[in-house]
Design a protein around this ligand. Structure first.
Ligand code: AMP
Ligand code: MG
Length: 414
């Protein structure tokens, strides 16, 4: 059996997987269906934003020069000659000595260059009193001050979330070119697996990997295509692999270790080629990677924690490569709050919880680190990475955490 030092490093294994992945073609989607999609090409504004100079306040549009002599003891009086609401265009130019009542977002009338908010003036009938000089341009949003016409507003590779979708809508875009989502076939293996909702016979367990991986694929921007679980039998496994045809990636779970019924490698080497088996990491050492024709297969270990950790380290980056997006999990530096024993020899991904104190993040183990422990996995807020050659971490040491979610803010009062 290969010694730990002879196994591939995580970085090398990931590099070999990513070398087989290419960005997928683009497709058009409308704005209502583009949440979480990745832009295939940069988006340019075909018009300036805002499209016209407009008021940023409810108040009066005036000529700033008229107000230069204004003082509390000697205010300037202006005649209100017009009323402009958002969506209207004033037909009445403002001349010296005049003002227009104007609402937020309404186009600035010709001649006016400044808006004075209601709260800064007094109004008597159709007359307005201003008692301090106004700076020209105050409370006016100039055309194009947010976005100039022709400007690149979003680069290719950007993931479309609420702010980006708002921006696309603001420049009038109803349809956008995004990268097709990678179709990921998901195949769990094991004679012991039963679908949740069905009764369990002795010796059986529920299949947690298929629903978990399905969710992980979806939240990483892929389109999951679950295949019914395969029995631990080479013929059944080969038949199940057939069902992955047409997918961009096949992810299996289980059956990749050294057990008597672990047939993923056997079947993969019959149907295609194994690139590597086993990586120098914990949890998840028995990872297998290969190609069936041009379909990449990433064989994850069966233990749910190993499956999800290796999904994070190998499948998620592959999905990002298909999508041409650079977005991975954010990484933060943390202070370790307890001793962490790496047992040596392998790059280890500890499931941790996070806590913020005095501007720094602190990490503790989320529970026992046994790779079959689902409760620890569900409590974890990220993965703390310890290098293969680092035997342990002591309280106060610094380390890097790949963040799944940060602890929530305290619930607001009231
Ligand atoms: P294997 O890699 O097939 O040897 O499986 C390792 C461990 O993970 C065994 O305890 C399996 O029962 C368990 N396991 C494998 N596949 C799944 C699955 N889909 N859902 C939950 N546990 C699984
Ligand atoms: Mg198995």
């Amino acid at each position: 059996m290969a010694k730990p030092a002879e196994l591939l490093s995580v970085a090398e294994a990931r590099r070999r997987i990513l070398a087989t992945i290419h960005r997928l073609p683009e497709e058009m989607v409308d704005l209502e269906h583009c949440l979480g999609r990745v832009l295939a090409r940069p988006v340019h504004a075909s018009l300036p934003i805002p499209p016209f100079a407009n008021s940023s306040m409810d108040g009066f549009a005036v000529v700033a020069a008229d107000t230069q002599s204004a003082a509390p003891g000697s205010p300037v009086r202006l005649r209100i000659v017009e009323h402009v609401a958002a969506g209207q265009v004033s037909g009445h130019p403002i001349h010296t000595g005049e003002a227009a009542r104007i609402m937020t977002g309404a186009p600035l009338p010709t001649g006016a260059d400044t808006v004075v908010p209601f709260e800064d003036v007094t109004e008597h009938g159709d007359m307005l009193t201003v008692s301090s000089p106004l700076r020209a341009g105050a409370c006016v949003r100039e055309a194009g001050q947010d976005i100039a016409a022709g400007e690149t507003v979003l680069p290719a590779g950007e993931m479309l979330l609420a702010p980006q979708i708002g921006l696309l809508a603001a420049v009038g875009i109803a349809e956008v070119s995004v990268v097709r989502r990678p179709v990921v076939a998901i195949l769990s293996t094991g004679d012991e697996l039963v679908a949740p909702g069905q009764p369990l016979a002795p010796g059986q367990i529920y299949n947690s990997n298929t629903p978990m991986l399905r969710a992980a694929v979806e939240s990483a921007g892929g389109e999951p295509r679950p295949i019914p679980p395969a029995r631990d039998d080479p013929a059944a496994l080969a038949a199940a692999l057939e069902q992955a045809r047409g997918a961009d990636l096949l992810v299996t779970s289980g059956g990749a270790s050294v057990g008597d019924y672990d047939y993923v490698k056997t079947v993969l080497s019959g149907a295609g080629d194994i690139d590597f088996w086993r990586v120098r990491l914990r949890p998840g050492k028995p990872l297998v990677f290969g190609l069936i024709g041009d379909l990449p297969l990433i064989g994850l270990p069966g233990n749910p924690t190993s499956a999800l950790v290796t999904f994070e380290e190998f499948v998620r980056p592959a999905l990002r490569c298909f999508l041409g997006a650079s977005l991975l999990r954010p990484e933060i530096e943390v202070i370790v709050d307890e001793e962490i024993d790496n047992r040596g020899g392998r790059e280890t991904y500890f499931r941790v919880t996070l806590r913020q104190e005095g501007g720094a993040f602190h990490a503790r183990l989320a529970g026992p680190q046994d790779s079959a422990m689902l409760h620890t996995l569900a409590r974890a807020e990220g993965l703390l990475v310890v290098a293969a050659d680092q035997p342990s971490l002591q309280p106060g040491d610094r380390a890097v955490v790949q963040v799944w979610q940060l602890p929530p803010a305290p619930y607001p009062e009231g």
